[in-house]
Design a protein around this ligand. Structure first.
Ligand code: PLP
Length: 385
């Protein structure tokens, strides 16, 4: 099997599992307990926070461990907007981009439905980019938060986060970025990026599912989404997932050492070239250069994305027709339609995503399988006509 669906999830790395193991077994204490076992767990949590803060270039107190990317996005979007509205009731607008993950988009819609917010959506260009020029006019005196993802999960476009965050800062508006897909391949120093909040999910970079991180700049007020015993400095109640926190911190540290992967981008580009040479009427979606090094996404007009997936899986290539969350849905991808792709062509999308463990041979085999699968699906289509 050639696994080309790393944007959906990744296996747990051995080093990560080994770092977590003690906290799943002998050192199983609750970090809130005042005995030796509890203290050992609290120390591990503090250590994981320090490691994460070092990767993000922030203070340990600015790191909140969450149950993953979805919770990090919910906490950032709802938490910052509601805290701002509580201080100044006229602050009742949030800005998101047209290509956000549902974890951000639905959090914003929740604010609209239940808390009187207006959601302003900034458009993307045909390559999926939010430009500072497009963002500026949406920033109003009553805007409470801007949330724009670092890299897109369906097409891999990397946003000009520094520039966008700077525009928000000029207006005194907090800026959140969903860095779930960026973590592991792009720089994450929050001070360099100029962001006020940034979210990460463990399972996209070799930690288990169900653990994540939200960075929130100190002094930025945030209303908790989960209420209870006041763990995580009151930002996120619930007994901490100590092993998960250790896992995500270890995965971040390992990924930070391996960042900047020109070799991976070269393999991706060779794969893109081979697919486009074999299927000349296919087209790459997303930005040709400003894209994740491990993501290539295409539309194959005249086919169906779901049929291609089946053909590819038969040939031993595992990939996805869009985001894992939307898999199985008949609706065309809102990300692609926001980029100007027609709903009909958007149904022909296939995403290939991989980390640096993928070899050039695997990618060239996969490219040949793609060309053959497109031929077969088109053949089947014409046989039915
Ligand atoms: N944000 C983006 C961009 C994602 O790709 C995902 C996962 O697919 C999430 C958020 C949600 O993360 P999690 O699966 O950890 O809840």
């Amino acid at each position: 099997m050639i696994f080309l669906d790393a944007a959906a999830t990744t296996p747990v790395r051995r080093e990560v599992l080994e770092a977590m193991w003690p906290y799943l077994t002998g050192e199983f204490g609750n970090p809130s307990s005042h005995h030796t076992l509890g203290e050992a767990a609290a120390a591990a949590l503090a250590d994981a926070r320090k490691t994460t803060a070092a990767v993000l270039g922030c203070r340990p107190g600015e790191v909140t461990f969450t149950s993953g990317g979805t919770e990090a996005d919910n906490l950032a979007v709802k938490g910052v907007a509601l805290a701002r509205q509580a201080v100044d009731p006229t602050r009742n607008r949030v800005v998101i981009s047209a290509v956000e993950h549902p974890a951000v988009e639905e959090s914003a819609r929740y604010l609209e439905r239940f808390h009187g917010f207006q959601v302003d959506v900034v458009d993307v260009d045909p390559q999926g980019v939010v430009t500072p020029q497009a963002l500026k006019p949406l920033l109003q005196p009553d805007t409470a938060l801007v949330s724009i993802m670092y890299a897109n999960n369906e097409v891999g476009t990397v946003q000009p986060i520094r520039e966008l965050a700077a525009v928000a800062a000029d207006h005194g508006i907090p800026f959140h970025t969903d860095a779930v897909q960026a973590a592991g391949s792009l720089p994450l120093n929050v001070r360099d990026l100029g962001v006020d909040a940034l979210g990460i999910s463990g399972h996209k970079l070799g930690a288990p599912k169900g653990c994540g991180v939200l960075f929130v700049r100190s002094r930025l007020r945030i209303e908790p989404v989960i209420h209870g015993g006041g763990q995580e400095r009151g930002r996120r109640s619930g007994t901490e997932n100590v092993a998960g926190a250790v896992g995500v911190a270890t995965a971040l540290q390992l990924a930070a050492g391996a960042q900047a992967s020109p070799a991976l981008a070269e393999r991706r580009d060779a794969f893109i070239a081979a697919v486009l040479a074999g299927v000349p009427d296919a087209f790459l979606t997303g930005h040709p250069d400003s894209r994740l090094p491990g993501l290539a996404s295409f539309c194959f007009p005249g086919t169906s994305g779901e049929s291609l997936l089946l053909e590819l899986e038969r040939a031993g290539v595992v990939c996805s027709s869009g985001s894992a969350c939307a898999a199985g849905s008949d609706a065309p991808s809102p990300v692609l339609t926001a980029m100007g792709v027609s709903p009909e062509v958007a149904q022909t999308a296939v995403r290939f995503s991989f980390d640096s463990s993928v070899t050039a041979d695997e990618l060239s085999t996969a490219a040949r399988s793609v060309v053959a699968a497109v031929g077969r699906v088109r053949g089947l289509g014409s046989a039915h006509r």
